[in-house]
Structures are given as structure tokens and as C-alpha cells.
Design a binder for this molecule. Structure first.
Ligand SMILES: [Zn+2]
Ligand SMILES: [Zn+2]
Length: 145
């Protein structure tokens, strides 16, 4: 288990308590599984790990937990991998950028709160109402080059 799993769980609990929402057992387990994974983890593997922590969990349990964790900003979905990572930022944000290593699979979140100016200008010009954004940069990490 990665040492930061405890920290991530404590932080999520703190935020949930502040917002008066429940971090249920399944939500808590799913967050700890994602936080403990060294690479982005997909729903199927989350379900497999969850079955070691809970009795016979069903796929909807995993999907509902993922949906909740995403809505709270605790995790992000890496679209190109169809997998999830925990958020590196200490606050909710609607957009993010990820650097994905195609060799070892490591994902680094380059946290930005705002869309980069050229893209933001473009949305303004097109009168496009932005709700969320996601940029995935593929390549090789420092260790894999
Ligand atoms: Zn984030
Ligand atoms: Zn790598």
C-alpha cells in the first residue's frame, strides 16, 4: 500500500464531514484501491480488489462509488486508458492535464485550475459554455526514456 493512501482517505473523510455527505464503506474501499494503485486502475480491477475487502461486491456498487468519487473531485478518469487516478490537488477542480507514460503506465497530474489561455480564448470566441476539460499527454516519463 502506498504511504499516501491514509492521507488521501483522511482528506476525503474531512471533506465529506464538512459537506455533510457520507463516505460509505464501499466508497471508502474504492477510493483506497485507486489511491493504492501505482497506475491508473480500471473498473474491472477495482471490482476484483474490492471482492477482497467486501463480500461479493456487484459491478453497480463499483460504478456508483466511482461516480460519487468523481463528482466530489477525489478521483479523475483517464479517458484514453478508461481508468482512474486519485486527484493530486487539495481542492475540487473541473479541469486537469495528465502526462501518461506509454511505457510504465505512470500518470502524473499537471494540476491546473484554469483552461490554458489559448483554449479559453477559443471557447469565448465560439461562445461555447465550458463545463469540464481534460487533456492527456502521451509520451515517456523521465525513468523510461
Ligand atoms: Zn486533480
Ligand atoms: Zn515510464
Amino acid at each position: 500500500m502506498k504511504p499516501n493512501v491514509k492521507k488521501i482517505l483522511a482528506q476525503a473523510e474531512h471533506i465529506c464531514a464538512q459537506k455533510d455527505i457520507r463516505l460509505t464503506e464501499s466508497r471508502r474501499h474504492v477510493l483506497s484501491i485507486i489511491a493504492g494503485s501505482s497506475k491508473p486502475i480500471g473498473a474491472y480491477d477495482i471490482l476484483k480488489s474490492l471482492s477482497q475487502k467486501m463480500d461479493n461486491p456487484k459491478p453497480p456498487t463499483v460504478y456508483r462509488a466511482i461516480e460519487f468519487l468523481q463528482a466530489q473531485g477525489f478521483i479523475h478518469r483517464i479517458e484514453s486508458l478508461n481508468a482512474y487516478v486519485t486527484c493530486d490537488a487539495h481542492h475540487h477542480h473541473t479541469g486537469s492535464q495528465f502526462m501518461v507514460c506509454d511505457d510504465c503506465g505512470k500518470v502524473t497530474e499537471a494540476h491546473l485550475c484554469d483552461l490554458p489561455t489559448p483554449l479559453l480564448d477559443k471557447t469565448k470566441k465560439e461562445n461555447f459554455k465550458l463545463s469540464s476539460w481534460n487533456v492527456e499527454l502521451h509520451g515517456l516519463c523521465a525513468g523510461c526514456q
